[in-house]
Design a protein around this ligand. Sequence first.
Ligand code: ACO
Length: 335
Amino acid sequence: MEISSGRAPVIIGTGSAWPQRAVTNQDLQEIVDTSDEWITRRTGIRQRYIARADRNEETSDLSAAASLAALEMAGKSPDDLDMVIVGTVTGDRPFPACACLVQKKIKASRAAAFDISAGCSGFVYSLSMAENLIKAGQCDTILVVGVDRISVMLDWKDRANCVLFGDGAGAVVVTAGEGPNRILSTHIRSDGECWDMLYGEYGTPYVHPGLEPMTPKPFHVVMEGNKVFKKAVSSMTALSQKALEHNGLTGKDITMLFPHQANMRIISALAERVDIGMDRVYTNIDRFGNTSSGSIPIALDEAHRLGKLRKGDLILMVTFGAGITWGASVISWAI
Ligand code: ACO
């Protein structure tokens, strides 16, 4: 593996946060015509966390909590941040950027703050920006957040979609370092021709009384699940292989794969195609569902805090989301 010299983008802290309310598949049986058996067998999901409007569980609240945990682990203060980048499609408001509200909540007064809209790929897209801003010498320390509160744009009559998603935030602190343990490369792609496989449509979604209090957005998720499934497997496989080749690696070299937690069947199809055994695939989809942009950084934080990652481990992150967008990142773990 070739390590280039110069400023190295290094992840030095991780954090995550999610709402208090857990909604199980059994709970959903009371809300839509579904079953625990169907959801578990087709997706691997058993429960998800759903934000309530009467708690501090706005997208920016979850982001701020995850960010403060990541900063604490990194040993950095909010004042150290040059930039706050938030990958999300469910910011608190149409504008300003959710990142500006996070900036206010964590008091990162020196930073420039902005959002990236790339669906579930928001975190990997944001990480790619951070990696390159640090390599270019424009920033020293960047907070990258992946967060979504998809529950407020789900039509709770649409059983094909509402059972899949949950709410949550993950964050990492990236700083300029040196040495071999760094973000090795990040690769991002999109295909706007396929935008209508998965999108937000105007029209306030139905909220079941059992899920209130919730303040729905004036638009809702529309997805052609079968098409998304096939495109996700083929795109993530091809980009994973490219990312591995770029670094002179194969699937056998990867210590842990962190796939987007959308569907267990997508994850196992991907893992098989890139030659990574399921014992080296980190999943928490059973407890979180698909938290969109939050999915990879929540899993990363959980794995790190559980002691499942060690310095020098080679990590592959792969994501897929609305746009259609997808991305992959190879990291030599530094903490
Ligand atoms: N409960 C019970 N039955 C259901 C449910 C449900 N919640 N949802 C659908 N069904 C029924 C359908 O009506 C259909 O019934 P029919 O055969 O009588 O017509 C049957 O189950 C099969 O439906 P399919 O859509 O063919 O089921 P499939 O095996 O494809 O699974 C799923 C559907 C889970 C949505 C799958 O296609 C999938 O995971 N796709 C990818 C979705 C995804 O990953 N999205 C996220 C990626 S991007 C992002 O994260 C934003």
